[in-house]
Design a protein around this ligand. Structure first.
Ligand code: 13P
Length: 282
């Protein structure tokens, strides 16, 4: 089917007490694997690209691949700009045809984050494209940005932020981090519950690679409606490529290792979709 926006998808998830999986894709094979997993499990899905991914092949290349995969499938697929780092990039994604946009002003001060987010929300509104923003600092390194540590989302600030920006969904910092966790992360789920009590828009969990099933389920139980997975997909893809090349050094056809890499990504994504409880929701 044609691409959809993330708005209804996330509102349905909020109502149904599950989360939509949002998966970072880097190439055509990853797009195909994620959509195949969604199709198999009858799950709504979000495909997303960060600024560095966009720099690698261009917005229109990713959009074309995502659109082609979505049109062959019969489940709703949205294409999302992840961690949009400037007004200009958000507008480029909007004009290209992305159906969901994140503007990440969390590295600036509160008022700057509000001003930037509001500007993007106003610019996206006429086309009906929903906007995600971030308040507080998710740790670790996402893309070229180092989130640093701490800076958890303050519930009262989250309420003010959503009211003043009109944003459609909000990424919160409760102790997750992008990248590989060194130990078991301690998530501040009480903070998440407090944010949920003051904020009515769908909440987003970044940095889900490496979280336990229990942790993800607990966060969904306390209001998370979208869960982002990136690092694990990159690892699954690369492990697949490595395995084929290591077992046969004479391989030179990209389709050979591409097939194995796709199978690895699909298997992982299906598992993460079950974790999110979004199977059978399309
Ligand atoms: P991970 O790389 O930790 O899965 O985080 C993904 C993410 O939050 C993308 O925005």
């Amino acid at each position: 089917m044609a691409l959809v926006t993330s708005r209804q998808m996330l509102l349905d998830a909020q109502k149904g007490h599950y989360a939509v999986g949002a998966f970072n894709v880097e190439n055509m094979e990853m797009v195909m694997a994620v959509v195949a997993a969604a199709q198999e499990l009858r799950a709504p899905v979000m495909l997303q690209t960060t600024p560095s991914t966009v720099k690698y092949a261009g917005l229109s290349m990713y959009l074309a691949a995502c659109r082609a995969a979505a049109e062959k499938a019969s489940v709703p697929v949205a294409v999302h700009l992840d961690h949009g780092d400037s007004f200009q990039l958000a507008m480029q994604a909007l004009r290209t045809g992305y159906t969901s946009i994140m503007i990440d002003g969390s590295h600036g001060i509160f008022e700057e984050n509000i001003a930037l987010t509001r500007r993007v929300v106003e610019a996206c509104a006429p086309s009906g494209i929903p906007v995600e923003a971030e308040l507080g600092k998710v740790g670790g390194k996402e893309d070229d940005l180092d989130g640093g540590n701490g800076g958890y989302t303050v519930p009262e600030e989250a309420a003010e932020f959503v009211r003043r920006t009109g944003v459609d969904s909000l990424a919160v910092a409760i102790g997750t981090a992008h990248g590989v966790y060194k130990g078991e992360p301690k998530l501040d789920v009480d903070r998440l519950r407090a944010i949920r009590e003051l904020v009515s828009v769908p909440l987003v969990l970044h940095g889900a690679s490496g979280l336990s099933e229990e942790a993800v389920e607990e966060c969904i139980g306390r209001g998370i409606c979208k869960v982002n997975f990136a690092t694990e997909l990159r690892m699954a893809y690369t492990d697949g490529v490595r395995e084929v090349l290591a077992s046969d050094a004479a391989v030179f056809d990209p389709k050979k290792y591409g097939k194995t890499a796709m199978a690895r990504v699909k298997e992982l994504v299906e598992d993460r979709m079950r974790m999110c409880g979004c199977q059978g929701k399309a």
